[in-house]
Design a binder for this molecule. Structure first.
Ligand SMILES: C[C@H](CCC(=O)NCCS(=O)(=O)O)[C@H]1CC[C@H]2[C@@H]3[C@H](O)C[C@@H]4C[C@H](O)CC[C@]4(C)[C@H]3C[C@H](O)[C@]12C
Length: 326
């Protein structure tokens, strides 16, 4: 399972949890401007804008899971198993393999508005990066400071949904996830009023704090995480400084954190939150924590040469960094 969310204070933030039972060996990776991608279906393509994100680097190829670009546009791919449907290349379309999609969009768009134009002629193809790698079944959130959309390639074709909550998890398809929120419209951060018996009121009491959100689902299913993180995000309050915003963002995604042992995917294998990211998309900073490193680590793309010829790679800092006080 995975969860992605956006957050706006003075700057625009976007991030995700990457939940899985094994890691593919990812690194924070900067793709500079003018980097050439050998496209599977067409002419080589050069990025106009630099991007920073989490990627598994194969040779000199960054296989991005999520990223932002230097213009403040962000994108994340989340599992969509059983619903994602990619096709053969189509005549007259921009044929883009699933693993090429993030650099294809972020390398040439400055906003969701521009991405929408590009997506009108896209065909996401079912070719794998390498025979040793499966084709991932994903859907994507694409967001900037003004709006967010969800992109799904399903059997009926390409679907683009406005995403007014700025949240994405996994199955079912996004329209059903969003409709699911209707069931929770009574939830509130305020204490509940007693309306239980209508005119025949019972003397019921709110005997504990937090009862306004009673019924908020607490389990790890994708639908429940969608509701929970949407509630937390929509009610979130923080100062707008960098540290207050980043701190609050990690708390938002903390509401869907997965602890080892709670979600068995096969005998003896458990899904965990491998990493949690928070990108300041306005400033080009990638913050992350890992399952075993709760200290926030950051990489600022603007401290690097964005016109470099090669990928700039940062292996993840893993292992708890404990600050001893005595
Ligand atoms: C496993 C990851 C998604 C995590 C997730 O959504 N978990 C939810 C599980 S479930 O639905 O609830 O069952 C996905 C997100 C991005 C994926 C990677 C990226 O797409 C980049 C390449 C693409 C290649 O085709 C496969 C390797 C890969 C390196 C992918 C491995 C894996 O599928 C990743 C890492």
């Amino acid at each position: 399972m995975c969860t992605a969310a956006t957050y706006k204070t003075k700057d625009f933030y976007m991030g995700r949890t990457l939940d899985y039972e094994c890691s593919y060996g990812e690194e924070v990776t900067i793709t500079p401007r003018g980097y050439t991608f050998m496209m599977r279906h067409g002419k080589p393509y050069q990025t106009k804008y630099a991007l920073i994100g989490m990627a598994h680097v194969a040779g000199e190829y960054p296989l991005y899971y999520d990223a932002i670009n230097e213009k403040g546009l962000g994108m994340a791919g989340l599992n969509f198993v059983g619903n994602a449907f990619y096709t053969e290349p189509a005549e007259g379309k921009d044929n883009v393999a699933q693993f090429e999609l993030i650099p294809w969009i972020l390398g040439q768009c400055t906003s969701v508005k521009e991405a929408r134009v590009l997506l009108e002629r896209i065909c996401i193809t079912n070719i794998s990066f390498h025979e040793s790698m499966p084709v991932s079944s994903l859907h994507w959130i694409i967001a900037d400071q003004d709006e967010a959309i969800t992109l799904e390639s399903v059997r009926e074709g390409i679907k683009i949904y406005d995403n007014p909550v700025g949240v994405l998890t996994n199955n079912p398809p996004f329209d059903r996830q969003l409709a699911g929120l209707n069931r929770y419209m009574g939830l509130s951060a305020k204490q509940p009023k007693n309306t239980f018996g209508g005119a025949n009121e019972l003397p019921l009491q709110a005997y504990s704090r937090g009862m306004g959100a009673l019924g908020l689902p607490g389990d790890l299913s994708s639908e429940s995480r969608f509701v929970r993180v949407s509630f937390v995000k929509m009610n979130s309050l923080s100062g707008d400084s960098e540290s207050e915003s980043v701190s609050q963002f990690f708390h938002i995604l903390g509401s869907v954190d997965q602890q080892r042992g709670c979600c068995e995917v096969k005998e003896g294998a458990y899904e965990i939150t491998i990493y949690t990211s928070c990108c300041n998309a306005s400033k080009g900073i990638y913050y992350y924590t890992t399952y075993e490193n709760h200290q926030i680590t950051a990489v600022d793309m603007n401290k690097e040469d964005l016109n470099a010829k090669k990928l700039i790679r940062f292996p993840l800092v893993c292992g708890e960094q404990i600050r001893w006080q005595n």
